[in-house]
Design a protein around this ligand. Structure first.
Ligand code: FES
Length: 155
């Protein structure tokens, strides 16, 4: 991964105003922006670490923690909320063994996020896994869908 960071650093060295593209490329290369990589890039490009960090923490498109191979988004919008989204999210958390503030499984297979309306309220409650929408869910249905991803990973 160092090679990817070296290439990014070389591309943006001494180029003012390039913090956002630098961060985008870092995230593309590593899946998220680690503090270690941020320091490395800062030292080699001359972009202050505080500037990179400030932007990375301000924009929700940047992820500061490791991400799972699959991202599960459980909708917590109004229609989904009244249709049982809370139960859905907590059943998924339990099934994935997520505790406390953790949103990514230890094996880095899944990241679970709770998001606002996904735009398909008639299917409430809804979750997305990567780019696929699943609607009219019960906790049981959601878990069996997730289990299919686990099975696919293990075959
Ligand atoms: S509220 Fe969940 S899709 Fe709109």
């Amino acid at each position: 991964m160092k090679n990817a960071l070296e290439a990014i650093a070389a591309k943006y060295k001494d180029k003012p105003g390039s913090a956002i593209p630098v961060l985008q490329e870092m995230q593309k290369a590593e899946g998220y922006i680690s503090r270690e990589s941020l320091r490395y890039i800062s030292e080699r490009t001359g972009i202050p670490a505080a500037e990179l960090w400030g932007i990375a923490t301000f924009y929700s498109m940047f992820h500061l923690e490791t991400r799972g191979r699959h991202v599960i988004r459980v909708c917590k919008g109004t229609a989904c909320h009244v249709s049982g989204a809370d139960n859905l999210a907590s059943a998924i958390r339990t099934h994935l063994g997520l505790t406390g503030e953790a949103i990514t499984t230890d094996d880095e297979l899944f990241t679970l996020e709770e998001v606002a309306c996904l735009g398909c309220c008639s299917l409430a409650p809804v979750m997305m896994i990567d780019d696929t929408v699943y609607g009219k869910l019960t906790p049981h249905k959601a878990i069996s869908i997730i289990d299919k991803y686990i099975t696919a990973e293990n075959t």
